[in-house]
Design a protein around this ligand. Structure first.
Ligand code: NAD
Length: 364
């Protein structure tokens, strides 16, 4: 049976006789006319928290399917991070060839706000791929169930600093596991994707003395490579370079069967969501002797920040300590996988499922 958390799920999920999700709202925005899907996978641990994605898809059904998959992933991520939060995600479907001007974008965000509000607080949205803190400020005109607003609007700002800090902690834990110590100086690291998270991570690794190869499909990012003394390569073949760590920080699905077969690294640890193009990619990586850091453990810094910073009396030091704890969580996943003879993905999923089952038992 296909796992509900299978990152390679297909549209077949839409035809299965049951649904894993608690609520799925598919609506046509009254202002924008755009299809919006808000999927609440689970509220067992608390109100669902997960970002709002605005993206081009081939059809609205593909957008719905993406929201189903991404919200299930948020249940895992939030549970594994030890948050009292369930998993949810929203997706605004923009047909290929359609571009949104400022008015249309504002309309889409107001429509999203209405959709989120209609769920009565079972789901809280935030920024994600294609959306920003400023978009969330517009969403907040229609609902209070939104986080990550700009600081000048009384919000906690966008979460990339925390995500990058969590990935850095995961990098140290991974170096320690595969090379016997967490020293960064002199280690070879290849980063694919120099955006909000990858860029911050690259700066930090360069400052700590790593030898960096970096790439991005956006040629403008080359300036950062020059600034921090990293070697820039054109995107496409970055996985072929021999390195200690391969760090995917671009879009999901980067680890296809072909890429995994060609990787020349000790470990893969990166920010990108849903890195495995196929669920059995975890087995393929393990067979090749490459340690894979499950993405939903590694990139939880942002959601930890959004959850903790939006609570009354939030204290930055405690948030940073919790984000830094991602390294320790990852070490426990590595240990458990080694002891049980499973993949790191199976160990990470078990960690999340144990927390969900613990909550179910406490509620019974
Ligand atoms: N921002 C966060 O707090 C956060 C939190 C959790 C997970 N993530 C995940 O981390 C990843 C990066 O997030 P971000 O906020 O930095 O996004 P971003 O859009 O700022 O940066 C992504 C970068 O990757 C580049 N890119 C895209 N496809 C590429 C490819 N095939 N090869 C090389 N580069 C490519 C883009 O040009 C861009 O510069 C995403 O998968 C995102 O879902 C981000």
């Amino acid at each position: 049976m296909t796992s509900p958390f299978d990152s390679g799920a297909s549209l077949d999920a839409l035809h299965s006789p049951t649904i894993d999700h608690e609520t799925v709202l598919v609506t046509r925005g009254i202002r924008s006319g755009l299809t919006i899907s808000v999927a609440v996978h689970s509220t067992k641990l608390g109100p669902a928290l997960g970002g709002a994605r605005i993206w081009n898809y081939g059809s609205w059904l593909e957008a719905v399917e993406d929201s189903l998959r991404l919200s299930a992933g948020m249940t895992l991520k939030n549970a594994a991070a030890g948050l009292a939060r369930g998993g949810g995600k929203s997706v605004i479907f923009v047909p290929h060839g359609t571009t949104l001007d400022n008015t249309a974008r504002r309309d889409a965000m107001l429509d999203l706000g209405d959709a989120v509000e209609s769920l009565g607080g079972s789901y809280q949205t935030a920024e994600d791929v294609g959306t920003s803190a400023n978009d969330m400020a517009i969403v907040s005109e229609r609902t209070r169930h939104v986080s990550g607003l700009p600081a000048d609007r009384g919000g906690v700002g966008e979460p990339s600093d925390a995500t990058a800090a969590g990935v850095y902690s995961a990098v140290l834990a991974t170096l320690d596991t595969v090379l016997g110590n967490p020293l960064v100086r002199g280690r070879h690291v290849t980063i694919s994707g120099l955006g909000q998270v990858g860029g911050r991570l690259a700066r930090r690794l360069a400052a700590a003395g790593a030898s960096l190869i970096v790439t991005d499909v956006n040629p403008a990012r080359r300036a950062l490579a020059e600034e921090i003394g990293a070697s820039w390569i054109e995107p496409g073949d970055e996985h072929l370079f021999e390195t200690d760590l391969f760090v995917p920080c671009g879009v999901g699905g980067a680890l296809t069967r072909e890429i995994i077969a060609e990787l020349r690294c000790r470990a893969v640890v990166g920010a990108a969501n849903n890195q495995l193009a196929e669920h059995d990619g975890a087995e393929q990586l393990a067979e090749r002797g490459i340690l894979w850091a499950p993405d939903f453990i590694v990139n939880a810094g942002g959601v930890i920040y959004l959850d903790m910073a939006s609570r009354p009396g939030a204290d930055l030091d405690s948030i940073l300590a919790r984000v830094d704890g991602i390294g320790e969580t990852l070490r426990s996943v590595y240990r458990s996988a080694a002891e049980q003879g499973t993949t790191t993905l199976a160990a990470a999923e078990k960690l999340a499922m144990d927390r969900l089952e613990g909550a179910t038992l406490r509620a019974a």
